[in-house]
Structures are given as structure tokens and as C-alpha cells.
Design a protein around this ligand. Structure first.
Ligand code: 13P
Ligand code: SF4
Length: 313
């Protein structure tokens, strides 16, 4: 039987909703009830009336859905889809860092485990990091911001806030080098350059706009330009091309691939719904502590992408 048809049947049977990140394989994006960035997916997870959430993304994203919908069953079709950046800091390491800076307030990027979120005051995503730094903290605050060094430096630079950062990074985004942007600009001189804030500072400095994945979709829709160089994981090209058939998109680097995001297939989504696996399980204590940091973000953060886009253009 046609795989999409089988997924539709199983979704009805389980009263399930399928949430998909923008970096997933094209065929997985195409079966999503909601396709988006980490912030959009977190908000969607908190609103859905379904009994079951099938999360096609990496593990911390599925955990975030569970934290926001603790009474729902959250399934991830491949539980080995981790985020190497999220794994670069453990709760123990964060406790040690906090002990060195006892007065500091702590903000974590959403790309962290539930245990790390449970140690934080605020969570943020790439879409709202600047807004969170501006609105959640004052100039006098000591701010720990983990784990992505490049996002922390970018947001600190834009807001003037001083942050204590961690040396985490995304291997896939660091594959995009300034020379790749130069090459693409030579090939496509009219194209605007979009870069994700996880990229090297030398790359974000060359971009016309620095945006989360959904921020890129909004940006392309809002402006008349017809060609764009895309400085993020290559899965984003499918979302952008699908939503904008009249525009052209060029990857800044076609080796910027997140292998973990490519582990989920339609067959695994079917297996997940048939066998109700793999379920994301978190303790009540972790859920309740981690929820506070995410809830504060959803209340304050929403999306500041449009504002940062306008500031750079
Ligand atoms: P977005 O929140 O921009 O979708 O990014 C998530 C991510 O993992 C980027 O590497
Ligand atoms: Fe993690 Fe990078 Fe993959 Fe995003 S692209 S999920 S930050 S490894």
C-alpha cells in the first residue's frame, strides 16, 4: 500500500499529529501536519488536541514536545536521532558552571537535553534568542548562555548583553565557510544571503539576514528578491522551494548535512504509529523543572525574526 495512505490511516486510528522539522527528508516534510522550526514546533506541541504526537526531528525536540504536553504520548520514529550540539553539555557540567557563577541567571538554547533545561531559568530558540536576551535580562545581569557559542556570541553582539558562553557548536553548520559564501555570491550576484545563527561568526557577518529556519521562510515571502543563498542545513531547501516555486535557492554548501535529521523515513513513521514506539519518557520532576524555562520563553519570546530581518536590510 502507498506509504502516505497508510500513514493517514494510522494517524486517524491513533488520533495522532505529525510534527516535522524543516531539516527532515523531503518526503517526511510532505506528510507533516506542521512543518517548522524549534519555536514553531514547541508552540504547536503545546496546542495540539491529538492524543499522540509523532515527532520527526531530533531527540531534544521530541523531549520539548513531551515537556509541553506531558499527558500525551510522544513518539520519535528513530530514538537514535540525537543532536551532537545538545550532547555537548550535560546537567552536571552546567551545575559546575553555575557553581562558578552563583549570581548568574541561566538561559539555554532549546538544543539541550531535558535535564539541562531543568537547570535553567529561561530557554530560547534561534528565532528568539535576541529578544530573550533583551527582555528577560537587564544590563546588570550575569548571564550564562549554553551550549552554542556562535548563537550566544551573535545574540550578545546584537543586543549588547554580556554572556558567559559554552564551547558548543553544530558540526553541520560549521561546514559552511566564508569562502563558500564568496563562491555562491560570484555565481549568483543578485542573490540575497540568509544564514542561520549557528554558523561561524565570519559567515553570519557576510549575510543579508541571520534567521531561524522558519524566519528564512518568512523573509523570502516578505521580500521581492528572486534568488537566495541558503546558509543552513540542506533540508531547508525543500521547505523553501515548495513554498516559493517562482524563486531560486542555492545551498551555501551542499555538505552542510545533519545526519541525525536524515534518520527518519516514512517506513519508520509507520512503524512508530503501528507499534507506538519509541516513546519519549521523562520523570515528573524533570518535566516540571524544564517546563518553567520553556514556558517563560513561550510567554516572552514568540518570534523576533521579522524585527531582526528589518534591522539588517
Ligand atoms: P531552528 O530552530 O532554526 O529550526 O534550528 C534548529 C536547529 O537544530 C538548527 O540546527
Ligand atoms: Fe543539532 Fe546541528 Fe543537527 Fe541542528 S543541524 S539538530 S544543531 S546537529
Amino acid at each position: 500500500m502507498d506509504l502516505q495512505k497508510r500513514i493517514e490511516e494510522l494517524k486517524k486510528k491513533r488520533n495522532a499529529v505529525i510534527l516535522v522539522h524543516n531539516y527532515q527528508l523531503p518526503e517526511v516534510q510532505d506528510i507533516g501536519d506542521f512543518v517548522g522550526d524549534s519555536l514553531g514546533l514547541s508552540i504547536e506541541a503545546s496546542k495540539t488536541a491529538a492524543d499522540v504526537i509523532v515527532f520527526c526531528g531530533v531527540y531534544f525536540m521530541a523531549e520539548t514536545a513531551k515537556i509541553l504536553s506531558p499527558h500525551k504520548t510522544v513518539l520519535i520514529p528513530d530514538a537514535s536521532s540525537g543532536c551532537p550540539m545538545a550532547d555537548m553539555i550535560t546537567a552536571e557540567q552546567l551545575r559546575e558552571l553555575k557553581a562558578k557563577h552563583p549570581k548568574a541567571k541561566v538561559m539555554c538554547y532549546v538544543n539541550t537535553s531535558a535535564e539541562v533545561k531543568a537547570e535553567c531559568d529561561y530557554c530560547c530558540t534561534s528565532a528568539n534568542a535576541e529578544r530573550m536576551l533583551t527582555e528577560a535580562f537587564s544590563d546588570d545581569d550575569e548571564i550564562i548562555f549554553v551550549p552554542d557559542k556562535y548563537l550566544a556570541l551573535y545574540a550578545a553582539n546584537r543586543t549588547g548583553r554580556k554572556v558567559i558562553f559554552w564551547h558548543g557548536y553544530c558540526k553541520s553548520h560549521l561546514k559552511i565557510l566564508p569562502e563558500h559564501i564568496h563562491q555562491q555570491k560570484e555565481l549568483h550576484p543578485k542573490a540575497l544571503v540568509m544564514a542561520h545563527p549557528e554558523c561561524l561568526s565570519a559567515v553570519t557577518q557576510m549575510a543579508d539576514a541571520v534567521l531561524s529556519t522558519s524566519g528564512m521562510l518568512e523573509y523570502v515571502k516578505r521580500f521581492d528578491a528572486k534568488e537566495f543563498i541558503v546558509g543552513t542545513e540542506v533540508g531547508m531547501l525543500h521547505s523553501l522551494r515548495k513554498a516559493n516555486p517562482g524563486k531560486k535557492f542555492y545551498p551555501a554548501s551542499d555538505i552542510a548535512i545533519c545526519p541525525n535529521m536524515k534518520k527518519i523515513t516514512l517506513e519508520k513513521v509507520i512503524r512508530s504509529l503501528e507499534e507506538m514506539r519509541d516513546e519519549v519518557v521523562l520523570s515528573e520532576e524533570i518535566i516540571s523543572k524544564a517546563h518553567k524555562s520553556i514556558f517563560r520563553m513561550i510567554n516572552i519570546g514568540k518570534s523576533s525574526d521579522v524585527a531582526s530581518t528589518e534591522a539588517k536590510i
